[in-house]
Design a protein around this ligand. Structure first.
Ligand SMILES: CC(C)(COP(=O)(O)OP(=O)(O)OC[C@H]1O[C@@H](n2cnc3c(N)ncnc32)[C@H](O)[C@@H]1OP(=O)(O)O)[C@@H](O)C(=O)NCCC(=O)NCCS
Length: 165
């Protein structure tokens, strides 16, 4: 898709991320951001996270505007496995943008990071997220019991989708 780019997240993205993430319609997304300052602190850790081969977090740009973000989290004991996560400004939902951004993150994961397996987990209720995985050709491997802890500490099941080389 034209006009879409990803790059590593930067501290200057904090205000945009805060604005996008404070949306009450992000029902199944677990990252809570209380202030721009807190978001800046989190973004400052990204360089170290990459150095530790822990996670690689990206900003989604559409026509050079920040519209969302995502990341590849590397499995600690099996560093050839990565898990993708993503979110998009509600203003842009339903236009196929996240599907295209996932493709770009996947290319980074397989080509640059040398992964051989990429997973996407989502709550079964999160139909938009599931659709993003399906449209990118990920295969459903099953339902994981009580793997996602919500903000209140309650555990939820997740579907697991994966793509392997
Ligand atoms: C999940 C999310 C990133 C999807 O972004 P998006 O750019 O709208 O995704 P796309 O447009 O690429 O694809 C979404 C698909 O889901 C479909 N969809 C959306 N809501 C749906 C619903 N309630 N039921 C069924 N399908 C739905 C859309 O129609 C679209 O499919 P289509 O292209 O066949 O019409 C966005 O909804 C979001 O940021 N949600 C909050 C954060 C989140 O939940 N992240 C994922 C955590 S696992």
């Amino acid at each position: 898709m034209k006009d879409l780019k990803i790059r590593y997240q930067m501290v200057k993205d904090a205000a945009d991320f805060f604005r996008i993430l404070k949306n009450p319609n992000f029902i199944y997304f677990l990252v809570t951001v209380n202030s721009i300052a807190e978001e800046k602190d989190s973004l400052r850790k990204n360089t170290q996270r990459r150095k530790n081969n822990e996670s690689y977090n990206y900003t989604f740009l559409y026509k050079n505007k920040v519209v969302g973000g995502g990341g590849v989290r590397i499995n600690r004991t099996r560093p050839y496995i990565g898990e993708l996560g993503y979110f998009l400004d509600e203003k842009y939902w339903g236009r196929g943008l996240t599907t295209a951004f996932v493709k770009l993150m996947e290319q980074e994961g397989f080509s640059k990071l040398g992964l051989s397996r990429i997973e996407i987990l989502m709550r079964p209720e999160n139909k938009a997220s599931e659709k993003v995985a399906i449209k990118n050709g990920y295969q459903k491997e099953g339902r994981l019991k009580k793997v996602i802890k919500d903000r209140e500490g309650k555990m939820h099941d997740a579907f697991i989708y994966a793509k392997v080389l």
